[in-house]
Design a protein around this ligand. Structure first.
Ligand SMILES: CC(C)(COP(=O)(O)OP(=O)(O)OC[C@H]1O[C@@H](n2cnc3c(N)ncnc32)[C@H](O)[C@@H]1OP(=O)(O)O)[C@@H](O)C(=O)NCCC(=O)NCCS
Length: 255
């Protein structure tokens, strides 16, 4: 698909939460774990996921950082992370998610959802970390560097905060993507018969300015990136990383 304009990355606005949730649902309705947990009826799963992601993003906007990638006006990708102590939703949110499941006639999926989320929770690092996800790029725009740009923008924030990043994924292709950004696999387990990788990234760069932490959590540090600035960001991330840790960097020869 021809880009509808230059790529920009900026905090998601409250008014775009539903649109972002629908994008996440469209792109993630067939991930291996979602299929195992919810079955392969994607037409039924998509609205259920969209409702669940809308709740999740609403909370993540309040406590963490949600970035939107746009080409011109078109939303093409979303990626989020929440600060230490916010990995799992509070009880009242769990109640709201139960209502979403009930509306989607998916309450019978609860035992599988429970096994999935309990296994993930057991792997959460005990030390402070920023929990990353969800992340997705619109299907028609995948494979063109949007996901890399989103993750680079989140990692730049992690470096500023000197925060550890942590995520789970269920696709080997995603493991390659995250490895290029400096994430390392810290565990690998089968969840409901599906391979899952648990990945962590240590920060590089200077000690943070406390004001930047406040700014980031309130979501007001707008960061519009053109393709040029993304390239700069990628190469500076690569330079920092290879200088300090020697870990694999963002961006391969292809991008
Ligand atoms: C994973 C995802 C966010 C990556 O975004 P993207 O814009 O397609 O990725 P980029 O173009 O920046 O980078 C391409 C790399 O992403 C990975 N990738 C994963 N799924 C991919 C897909 N469907 N198409 C292209 N690349 C994909 C690969 O590592 C690829 O590198 P490779 O060419 O060496 O295999 C996006 O493909 C997506 O939304 N996938 C479906 C939902 C999902 O899996 N979300 C992540 C949950 S942890």
């Amino acid at each position: 698909m021809v880009p509808a304009g230059p790529l920009s990355i900026a905090p998601l606005q409250q008014g775009a939460v539903d649109e972002a949730a629908r994008l996440l649902a469209r792109s993630m309705r067939d991930t291996p774990l979602h299929r195992r947990v919810f079955g392969s009826d994607e037409a039924r799963l998509e609205p259920l996921l969209a409702a669940a992601f809308a709740r999740l993003l609403g909370r993540q906007l309040r406590v963490g950082c949600v970035l939107a990638a746009r080409e011109g006006d078109r939303l093409v990708g979303v990626a989020a992370m929440v600060p230490p102590g916010h990995c799992r939703p509070p009880l009242r949110e769990a109640g709201a998610l139960l209502a979403v499941l009930a509306r989607g006639r998916a309450l019978h999926r609860l035992p599988r959802i429970g096994r999935w989320l309990c296994t993930w929770a057991r792997h959460d690092p005990r030390s402070a970390h920023w929990h990353m996800g969800p992340a997705a790029v619109d299907r028609a725009h995948q494979g063109r560097g949007v996901g890399t740009a989103l993750m680079a923008a989140l990692c730049e924030r992690l470096d500023r905060l000197q925060g550890v990043g942590y995520l789970e994924t269920d696709k080997p292709g995603n493991v390659r993507l995250y490895r290029r950004g400096g994430f390392e696999v810290v565990a690998r387990r089968r969840v409901l018969g599906v391979d899952n990788w648990f990945m962590q990234r240590r920060p590089s760069g200077p000690v943070p300015d406390p004001h930047s932490i406040a700014g980031l959590r309130s979501g007001d540090s707008v960061d519009r990136s053109t393709p040029d600035s993304i390239a700069t960001m990628r190469s500076s991330t690569r330079a920092r990383r290879s200088a300090s840790t020697g870990i694999l960097s963002w961006s391969s020869g292809r991008r």
